[in-house]
Design a protein. Structure first.
Length: 84
């Protein structure tokens, strides 16, 4: 499960993926109330490398702020960390 599609709607994030041996189904849902601020102009689906996202998210510490922004052309996603 290296790459996944994440559905982003006004309700939040949703992801489903199978492990490489097709034994386990992983489901992750982060509803809008899970976020301090959540802005979606239009529903979309993005493809992400979970391996690379995990490496980046390991850098977040307690009290940090995390902003994820998908640019209009959807060519990339910006991830911004801010310390308290």
């Amino acid at each position: 499960m290296a790459d996944v599609n994440i559905d982003i709607t006004e309700k939040g994030f949703a992801m489903q993926a199978m492990d490489s041996s097709h034994v386990a189904l992983v489901t992750l849902t982060l509803n809008r109330p899970c976020f301090q601020a959540f802005n979606v102009e239009r529903a979309t689906t993005i493809g992400l490398s979970i391996t690379n996202l995990h490496k980046v998210l390991k850098l977040v510490t307690a009290g940090d702020s995390l902003t994820m922004r998908i640019e209009e052309d959807m060519a990339y996603m910006a991830i911004i960390f801010q310390n308290a």
